[in-house]
Design a protein around this ligand. Sequence first.
Ligand code: 3H9
Length: 689
Amino acid sequence: GMAMSPVSTRKDGKLFWIISDNPPVNALGHGVRAGLAEAIAKGNADGGVKAIIIACEGRTFFAGADITEFGKPLQAPGLPEVCDAIEASEKPVIAAIHGTALGGGLEVALACHYRVAVPSAKLGLPEVKLGLLPGAGGTQRLPRAIGAEAALGMIVSGNPVGARAAHAAGLVDKLAEEDGLRDAAADLAKEVMDRNTHPVTSRREDKIRAAKEDPGLFDRFRKDNARMIRGLDAPEACIAAVEAAVNIPFEKGTALERELFMKLVTGDQSKAMRHVFFAERTAQKIDGLPKDTATYRVEKVGILGAGTMGGGIAMNFLTAGIPVTMVEREQAALDRGVAIMRKNYERSAAKGKFKPEHVEAAMGRLNPTLDFEALGECDLIIEAVFENMDLKKDIFSRLDQVAKPGAILASNTSYLDIDEIAAQTRRPDHVLGMHFFSPANVMKLLEVVRGKETAPAVLATAMAVGKKIGKVAVVSGVCHGFIGNRMLAARQEQANALLLEGATPWQIDDALTSFGMPMGPFQMADLAGLDIGWNPDTTSSSTVREVLCEQGRRGQKTGKGFYDYGEDRSRTPSKEVEAIIADFARKSGKTPRDFTEGEIRERLIYPMINEGAKILEEGIAQRASDIDIVWLYGYGWPAWTGGPMFWADTIGVGRVLSGLERHGKALGDDFEISPLLKTIAEDGRRFNG
Ligand code: 3H9
């Protein structure tokens, strides 16, 4: 009944307030929709009411439909009906917007006759990021409010705009003072309540006229954004719906929108992308740790090493406003590192991602020094020197000497045993791994490696720090390579074996890029440099990679590796490399054969899933969705498949098992199928619940 409704109403003279209070983000679940519909009817039925205002309590205006309701039977009223009822209200309805008016939230606002917002508010239609299109009239009303071209940009990117920009575009009618939203809404209501007519977005024609006269707009947009929308179903649906807004009547346009929405919401891509949305948030939760576990203050960060990783890691903190002391052993290395950081910032500024004055502000927070003792004042110290256990052990025992009591000591190691490193200190409870992914200032993943003795508060602090610098942090236990690189190694082993069995590097890479990965293992190797860990003094032609290095093919930086590279870094398959591989295979007694793309893909991806299952059964990852997040944000796994474990769920874990069994011996003498994977397959269950 109404008593439990998250929506309440209040009469204030001639004004009728409709207030939603549905924490945390005022999602438009069934209760809110029913409450809104009832309240609009009530306001219209009351003869004394002249204007209606919709506002929200808590941190935000409606942030969208309730995503947890998707995939379940709809409980009436649906959001499109609620929006239509708002728009059909005889009395003007004013939306009072703070926080984020997103998705269904902006659709409600668009159905209102007027919109007032505080300057800090953000407005957007992010449905595309969930594999959807706005399904409550947004694709039809937004173009009518701001024009088709601007609407395409917002709907297909899914990125919100600030209230000031929205005001300039005509999406917001009035900007309020930051703390004066309700007053401003009431003022506007009083100003308009005696007018005879009010703007009805669905009836507007003025803003879509330009697109009617320029029908080529849509194909141009498709072409210009081909890269961004590759592989995805939702963007094309968004474009088609906006095109309909321009060309056919509103009622027909909304019918098309509805049809497209239903198709997408029940499809695999949107299911996967909704999984990603919740997986990202679930990753923050640490088993056995209360949500309110106290954290340490991190106001000053130390970074040891000014190389590519150290510099990239430092930039995250500087950008977030946190001062960094960066220590190197030699002035030249320090200068080089600082110069690269500055260049990276300036490049971002040139691309418009950063204001020039922010470059100076960020660099101004950096204290580059050769003085190891300067780390003594830091709350968190991250070691980012090269991968060598003896070196790291030495560094951690020295860090333990200079770091202040309570300081957290973290290693950016990608493979090494954190417990062994922690044992070098008198504070193993204050040691953990913080593993960033290259380029560290760009990739969103942070693996937080929990040592045997890492204290809860230390773990919670590292997770909070990750969030503060805009990363998605995932907890991993200690093992060789942690979650991400351990699975990468399983894939690499198969890639190397496939080469000798007759698959070419380009076939192998293509099998992954056509799946949606940004690059394959051999493109990745060329980019990183084939000579990482290669020693010209001890090289013995024992792997294809060694032979390539011996012949001067050391990757992109030498113009050739597995591929040949042009001046513009364009990549072409190399006959020379094919000959080297064939020769190598012959010497190892292998007879090359042909492979289909499907077989290559199975050989590469199924063993990764198997490794993921082992990571789960050993308790290295807390949950399958954490593994998905690692691959999505650390390696660019395509979001529309939901990550490796969710993809396995989608195609069926049984299919993965039978594939692994079918490949049998080819997977290697040491290859073992994970007992967990086997059980899940045999029970017909899923990794992700
Ligand atoms: C849509 O609207 C479709 C319509 O066009 C058509 C309908 C017919 N539903 O992110 P946070 C939860 S599609 C359910 O940590 P922040 C979230 O899981 C929707 N739950 O906070 C988390 O739960 P927990 C279009 C939701 O301050 C908690 O709220 N809208 C929803 O960092 C806090 O979230 C979107 O895509 C939801 N819609 O960021 C917007 N939203 O605490 C999605 C959040 O248990 N939301 N939760 O882990 C966001 O982008 C961010 O949550 C927001 C706040 C920016 C609002």
